[in-house]
Design a protein around this ligand. Sequence first.
Ligand code: SF4
Ligand SMILES: [Zn+2]
Ligand SMILES: [Zn+2]
Length: 331
Amino acid sequence: MKTSTAVLPPETKCTRCRGQATIPLPTHHANFCSECFLHFFRTAVSRAMERFGTDPETPLLVAVSGGKDSLALWDVLHTMGYTTTGIHVELGIDGFSEGSLDVVRRFARQRELPLIERSLKEAFGYSIQEIRVRTWRKICSVCGLLKRQMLNRLTVQNGFRVLVSGHNLDDEAGRLLGNILRNRTRYLEKLSPHLPSPHPRMPAKQKPLYRLESHEIRTYCRLRAIQPLEAKCPLSRGATSHTFKEALDFLEAKMPGTKRDFLFSHLDRSRDAIYSAPDTTCNRCGEPSFAEICSVCNLSEQLKAKDESAASAERNGSRKERRETTSEKTP
Ligand code: SF4
Ligand SMILES: [Zn+2]
Ligand SMILES: [Zn+2]
């Protein structure tokens, strides 16, 4: 696959300034020098923000994991003059979460940007690692659910109305392909880079990098000396989202522009995303919900029930053991 890491002959001219080009972008039929690439990148983000109707005065809360996408997003919004605060949810994944937090803290410190840190274990009672051994459900979907709810809640609690995340074109096209293949029409309607707030306690959600491909974001990080966390989450192995992205990469290598056309033609057909407002509030936590008990409280009850039954089995086991020991001692 041709990416921006391919080497261009030294005589190649930059499409914008006619200086020496070093970055090929075959999808755009363009080659750029570093300066013009950064201009191209910021233009893609500013087009997205215009489409969302977000002006630079709107304070933005940026969900940052420590990966290349979220750090590139935070950096580009900050350099474009947006007022940004980062938020990092520490998930408690052994050998991964500590590194993510370090990277995010270093990034914020170097740029003197405000950062909110929260831990899933403190907020929910269990870390992802602890949930994983207590549930049969796919851990990535549980993790996604908890992150979504925590970020929604924290955005509103901290006085923000807009939460932005680093989802890129490859993520969105991969999700679209997965939903089409599985005929998940309900999710197709929600696939939009901008979901307006449907409820006073739910923020608007925006994905300003949706026009940019993964390799373009990698190039941006290199040019801006951003050092993201390189390690992948150890629990991501086998996630089907990777397979859909790989299928699109295969098509893109044969026909540059396929991924972009696929996503944008869908977005053009469905300009108004459906992000329906929950019609009730959860009996347990009081958050907006579609049912009497929201899915997060449901999960919490399942985990607690599992712990209680394990504890009671252990109590019964030790009582039995004690009885056996006593009867062995009795002459
Ligand atoms: S790969 Fe899965 S478990 Fe790991 S952080 Fe992402 S969603 Fe969570
Ligand atoms: Zn140039
Ligand atoms: Zn609830």
